[in-house]
Ligand binder design. Sequence first.
Ligand code: ZN
Length: 589
Amino acid sequence: MNGVRGRISDEAIRQVRERASISEVVSDVVALRRRGRSAVGLCPFHTEKTPSFNVSEERGFFHCFGCGEHGDVFGFVMKTRSLAFPEAVREIAQRFGVTLPEPVEGGGRQGDPLAEANAAAATFFRAELRGESGVRARAYLRERGLGDEVIEQFGVGYAPGTGDALVRHLRAGRIPSEDALTAGLIMRSERPDARYPLYDRFRDRVMFPITDGAGKVIAFGGRVMPGRPASGDPPPKYLNSPESPIFRKGHTLYALTQARDGIRRTGRALVVEGYIDVIALAQAGVREVVAPLGTALTVDQLRVLRRFTESVIACFDGDEAGRRAAARSFPTFVEAGLWGRGVFLPAGDDPDTFVRARGREAFEAIVAQAEPLVEAYLMDRAGPDREAVGRRAETAREVGRILKRVRNPLEFDVLVRLAADRLGVREEALRAEGATEKSPAPAVPTLPVGRAPSAEEMLVELMASDPSVAGRLRQENIIDEFEQPVWRRTAEAVLAASDAGDRSELVQALPRELRDRVVRRLLGELDDEDRERALADCIAKVRAVPRRRQASMLKEEIRAAESRGDDAVAADARRRLQSLMSHTEKASR
Ligand SMILES: [Zn+2]
């Protein structure tokens, strides 16, 4: 880590860490509830129904007892926003008003080269939209009713159709072609005689930047211009950047950065299909809106949303296909731990046209009538041939599979009763189908039983949870006497980290079980009153091992000397053995 932090001094990092509030930063992503000395919430790093994600403001760390993720405020920002350490420090410094010295000149480029290539492209597309080549694109956006303000706010741009305009622009900006290729902004021609050996992926398209949690551009969606002359196959209406090291399509939602405040304010999130729907609604004042990236909603996208709200409302067409889409989405919602509601727009309307023609109030009115997705699902399952032989059993099994994923007993009950009613299946049959795997995981797993930690492991645990213990053990020189190489190495690492004052990194480096126990001590969940005795016991035990070994060597020496008849040597060995034994007794008392 030290190599990475490079240009920011340790002192500055310490200042930022002290000033920052980790629960405030975590609250951007996780809804936290106070519990005892810490705050708990649903872990953003794995899916769970019962909170096992702990944040200790006092100690400045987060820890998940479910998946073992652990870290300090910097680690949290790095993990949730895919930032490098210096970027995370800078961002938190800015947020909490700590001034950092400027990075040293000539220190090389900062940040992620792929994000940098995307940022350069976003700037280029925006300028093109405003410039001469953007006339038609501007006319198109105007026709869709989008004003300059939202266009600016969502960073909408235009990719010219010339072939290699972006290639040349990026080259002039010294963005390496390899980075632009990896980011999927440009492509390499297969043909040796190609007019453009490198050419733009997006040509003659309206461009919608797709951002990560930090608002950094990680990909683009490009919409084809209307009335584009048809030659050969019609191009796809929407084209997205391919996946790259910084862009995972199934985990990303369009406009989440812009929607975050709105979601927090209204306590709900709306999911629409198109990028323009999002922007049109924002313009009308509905700002808690996101969109998947051209495909059906994925479980991972819903999990991302669920960090912000449990009230997720998806917009569908009011026609048959829209109803079916709503029905199909229900199992996905359940899988993500959400119940989900659906809004059905009048047939032929999408949110963009609807809000433009009828205004915000009409849109709000229709959202207020959102139906639970379970209704659409059951209606679809019941189907026209609901009496058909075999159909009921099949449907019961399918509902059973969904029920298995429902952890909330209330929701389980509601679904059973609704399904029984709508599908004409007996409730008991459904309960039986859905009965397994229903016991929720304990929020805080109990300590592993049947395996008592060794004295060395215990000392490492005590050291890791209290720097003063680390100092005392160093003075005792006890680590040199550790038998197990793994614990000696861990103990040395703990000492080094406690010198550097970076406990988070230290805890992360511990074996999983030990990590959880250390955190429990840090959270004050384990009794500390016996600590002194535990310490003394462990030290005695560790010391006893070499003593025992020394004792058996002395006994061996005595036997050998006696058999040789060497009384002087035997007597000396006996004296040494006696003194060793008396020390051992003292130590273990
Ligand atoms: Zn977790």
